[in-house]
Design a protein around this ligand. Sequence first.
Ligand code: FAD
Length: 463
Amino acid sequence: MGSTAMDLSSVKVVVIGGGLVGAMEAIFMAKRGFQVDLYESREDIRTLEHVSGRSINLALSIRGREALRLVGLEDQIVGGGIPMHARLIHGVSGRKSAQPYGKEGQFISSVDRRLLNETLLTEAEKYSNIRLHFYHKMVQADFDNGVIFFTDKDGSKVKACPDLTIGCDGAYSTTRRQMMRCGRIDFSQEYIPHGYMELCIPPKDGKFAAEINYLHIWPRDEFMMIALPNQDCSFTCTLFMPFVNFDEIEAAGGEAPVDFFRKYFPDAIPLIGEKAIRTTFEEGRALPMVSVKCSPYNYKDKVVILGDAAHAMVPFYGQGMNCGFEDCIVFDQFLDKFNNDFAKALPAYSEHRNPDAKAICDLAMYNYVEMRSLVNSRWFLFRKRVDKFLNWLLPSRYIPLYSMVTFSRIRYHTVIQRWKKQDVIVNKGLFYLLCLPVVIAGALTLKRFKPDVFSWLKFSGKT
Ligand code: FAD
């Protein structure tokens, strides 16, 4: 679409997927003035009693907040969320220690996934140029001819003919699969050998049973459990562990889940309850986690993918949704830059965003090791203190990795570059600093036993 002085209301945009990113993107495109049709395969979650699927709550940070601010929902969502200022590390002995996330006043918010999705859909519905179609599953597309096919609730075929298709249909994206049939798209996906299972810490006497403003972590090197607070005074716990360990516990059956908790998470047993632990393992099953990378994100000026469809990541940096929301901002900026000319904006967006999405996928993998293992290491904790000190000394020049990812909008790939540079400088500095006392002690010893060695240092007194 070349667009100078074009009436955007005649330009048809189809958004595939009414999850978090699809609902957000529909609003961004409607705000620009396009005619937007959003197609979601499931029924409207606002009408459901129970929504099954992924995590109940999500950590919202600055990149996601910025997108919410741009669509006028930041205060409502952050206000309804629960601030988490620090990690609260639970040792096996029951000892707890807090590790603040950033500077004083900085926090991430635990927000209700369903409420967030519902709020975005309700907001989308306020725009007269958005139409929402539930029970419409995209099944096929001919992007070159601008035709997309859906099946509706009755299994009937429905056709749409948009000028632009935006695929926000998640990690197993049909849009992406259809794109791959027409263009040269690089694609890779990686299932990690770990799965996750959710448990619940219910409220105690109507109040939170554990410290509220924290992201609780039980790091156990090869695996870990985390807990995020919910609005209803409960916590959602997520146990991340290799599938082989889940299988072992399942095969042993009986008391095995509780025995496992007794050994590794004893302080969590009174919070969750033995019966609930047993039932969760009996009835639930561990779910997989996948990391998806692909390039480019567009096919000609016809289709672009955003969110998990473009870059699903393992959940350990709490950035999947945040990054997906940031996609919407960045794509919007490229539409601005190229005056809504899809032929220019789509490839430019894809080229710009790809290194960032790949970087956060890699950082998310790294953060699993940090969360389940490094947080127990003395050296890591010492380095955190050094990072904090240097950030205090040089606030704009030295920013710790976590803060760059979570509390800034520095491009993710720049974050990695800066992190590596900072790391080299600090490690070198610390090495020299630690060497200094050794050198001084050596020199003093030498001076004492072989004073002549230093004779060259003496001032002769002659002119
Ligand atoms: P999805 O949420 O997957 O939505 C895709 C939508 O498309 C769905 O509604 C689906 O029904 C629909 N759809 C699929 N196929 C079709 C089709 N063919 N036709 C029509 N509609 C279709 N992120 C964070 O930022 N913070 C966190 O703390 C966090 N925690 C997480 C914890 C866990 C355990 C997991 C698994 C993920 C977590 N994430 C987190 C990641 C986050 O959930 C995802 O990044 C986010 O949901 C991506 O949104 P999306 O809209 O791109 O995809």
